[in-house]
Design a protein around this ligand. Structure first.
Ligand SMILES: *[C@@H]1O[C@H](CO)[C@@H](O)[C@H](O)[C@H]1NC(C)=O
Ligand SMILES: *[C@@H]1O[C@H](CO)[C@@H](O)[C@H](O)[C@H]1NC(C)=O
Ligand SMILES: *[C@@H]1O[C@H](CO)[C@@H](O)[C@H](O)[C@H]1NC(C)=O
Ligand SMILES: *[C@@H]1O[C@H](CO)[C@@H](O)[C@H](O)[C@H]1NC(C)=O
Ligand SMILES: *[C@@H]1O[C@H](CO)[C@@H](O)[C@H](O)[C@H]1NC(C)=O
Ligand SMILES: *[C@@H]1O[C@H](CO)[C@@H](O)[C@H](O)[C@H]1NC(C)=O
Length: 493
């Protein structure tokens, strides 16, 4: 039994420690902001290799990407190949079903089709077909890179795209978006090229979009398949080009999609979104491709660069990019780039720490890595980096149809994302700092904290204790350098 004076000492100690515990307070708005459309990534170019892996590994990979027990992605970007003519890296040279006008070989690209089918089988609701280059016979240099879209070829290109999409839809794969020009600002030349690409000048983009829309419309598919454009690489460049092509076709575009390889500041990100809204009468914008940055959890040092950093530090830097899109930009959809990568930069069979230690030879462009030498050494292991576990928070809880409840108050930061549906609030919150802190969150109604999941240096989406509290005010414990999701039922405990 504690002596009375001991209790006083404990009380005094708590009073002294309290300011050090670092409590931040914020309020959840009852008025919702955007409705989410999806969280996903691209099927380029890993299907070429992973198709060769044993079937149990391919199944495991599909489940890691597309099931709730894995990332739970709600968006998958299938790369319709251009045939890889004059692309030197075979992994980045997907076959095309195009043979000649109206003639197709739908057995081509079995690798890409396999994982497209897996995404569909596992119920991914949003499937996009995206294209880096038209089939070689249609481009200016009859290659799959280093050339340009040819004026007047829009109708032929559109017939091809819609024939392919319709073929897979009839096979039960619900392709619901087509992106006809991925990074049209780059031809990816010179030959021999490292990947497919086709320059589409801003003054050519309206033809690409209107030809595709006319073809979809003539087949009664214009509401079933939306057009995504124009996937320009940088948020700084895209708005300077919108005036050239967008006014003519704005009503034919479903969503304005962009990449973010300029790694904009928060102010510049918001400026991009505002410019996109102004140029399009308020179309939703999507971030549809990003990878390859080093940097700290709090976001300093971002920028396109080589270097493999599989640690929690880079995974939180990357999570910060997702928060930037959703919270600062108010965007509805986020796609990472290749999801699966062989750019690990070390030899996993000769070093047990290869997959978990930063190196300067690799690239941070995957959530799951594989051995680039698998074909000769038979290593079919899948290596999950911290990015897998942090992205799982978004993939599992930012579901199509959920909405964002903004967080306000002087302590509110962009790293608190509150997502709601009719029964639940999911609070995804990041602590980029090296000290523990507590978030005191007030909801617009009585809620009940039920559970939590945390990713940190030592935890991978580990189940943690629910937030504590009662009524509408709850304390969320944020351990150092972590991403946590706290779940709340929208009712009393
Ligand atoms: C179709 O493509 C597959 C895969 O590359 C190939 O094996 C087959 O020979 C092609 N069929 C025709 C008729 O070209
Ligand atoms: C196909 O996708 C569209 C758009 O995402 C959706 O509205 C439709 O219900 C889906 N159809 C099927 C059969 O899943
Ligand atoms: C292609 O068409 C666009 C739009 O009419 C035009 O501005 C551009 O000059 C043309 N380009 C070439 C290479 O003819
Ligand atoms: C799937 O791959 C992960 C990552 O390598 C591994 O931890 C897990 O055991 C595998 N699951 C199955 C069923 O093979
Ligand atoms: C609401 O979200 C929670 C957490 O993701 C999920 O378990 C639940 O099924 C969702 N409810 C509805 C009605 O969609
Ligand atoms: C992290 O530190 C920054 C700068 O001191 C502070 O503004 C922020 O509120 C802290 N975040 C958390 C979650 O503790």
């Amino acid at each position: 039994m504690l002596h009375h004076s001991s209790l006083s000492v404990i009380a005094a100690t708590i009073a002294i420690l309290a300011p050090l515990i670092n409590v931040h307070a914020a309020t959840v708005s009852s008025t919702v902001a955007q409705t989410f459309l999806g969280v996903g990534g691209s099927g380029a170019w890993w299907p070429h290799d992973l198709f060769n892996f044993p079937d149990n590994v391919r199944q495991n990979l599909s489940s890691l990407l597309f099931s709730e027990s894995g990332l739970g992605l709600s968006s998958y970007r299938y790369n319709l190949g251009g045939g890889g003519v004059d692309v030197s890296n075979p992994v980045r040279a997907p076959q095309t079903p195009y043979v000649s006008p109206g003639v197709y070989n739908f057995s081509a690209d079995p690798q890409g089709v396999y994982f497209l089918q897996q995404a569909s089988n596992l119920g991914v609701p949003g499937i996009t077909m995206f294209i880096n280059s038209a089939p070689a016979p249609l481009t200016s240099n009859k290659a799959s890179c280093a050339g340009q879209f040819v004026n007047g070829s829009g109708a032929a290109y559109a017939t091809y795209m819609v024939d392919v999409a319709q073929h897979w839809r009839e096979a039960g794969i619900n392709i619901s978006y087509i992106s006809p020009m991925n990074e049209p600002d780059n031809s990816f030349g010179p030959i021999p090229c490292g990947q497919e690409g086709m320059l589409v000048e801003p003054n050519q983009r309206a033809e690409v979009v209107s030809s595709l829309w006319n073809e979809l419309n003539s087949r009664g598919l214009s509401s079933a398949i939306g057009i995504l454009a124009d996937e320009t690489s940088s948020t700084g460049v895209a708005p300077t080009e919108y005036p050239v092509w967008l006014p003519e076709v704005v009503d034919m575009v479903a969503h304005l999609v962009h990449h973010a390889y300029d790694f904009p500041s928060d102010a510049n990100y918001l400026a991009y979104v505002n410019a996109a809204h102004a140029a399009s009468n308020g179309k939703t914008t999507w971030m549809s491709e990003i990878c390859c940055s080093l940097g700290t959890p709090a976001g300093t040092g971002r920028g396109y660069s080589q270097g493999f950093d599989p640690t929690i530090n880079n995974a939180l830097m990357f999570a910060g990019l997702v928060f930037q899109s959703f919270v600062i930009g108010g965007e509805a959809h986020y796609d990472f780039w290749t999801l699966v990568s062989n750019a690990i930069g070390c030899e996993p069979l000769s070093s047990s720490t290869c997959a978990t230690t930063p190196n300067s030879n690799g690239w941070t462009d995957g959530m799951i890595y594989y051995d680039p030498d698998y074909a000769t050494n038979g290593n079919h292991e899948l290596y999950l980096v911290k990015h897998f576990w942090t992205y799982k928070h978004f993939g599992n809880f930012v579901k199509p149809g959920t909405q964002r409840n903004p967080v306000t108050g002087s302590d509110a930061t962009e790293y608190t994302l509150v997502v709601s549906n009719s029964t639940t609030y999911s609070v995804i919150v990041m602590n980029p700092n090296t000290s523990t802190s507590t978030l005191s969150l007030t909801f617009p109604e009585t809620v009940c904290g039920t559970t939590g999941f945390r990713t940190s240096a030592s935890e991978d989406f580990a189940t943690v204790a629910a937030a504590t509290g009662s009524g509408s005010t709850w304390s969320l414990s944020l351990s150092a350098t972590s991403l946590t999701t706290y779940i709340f039922d929208r009712k009393a405990c």
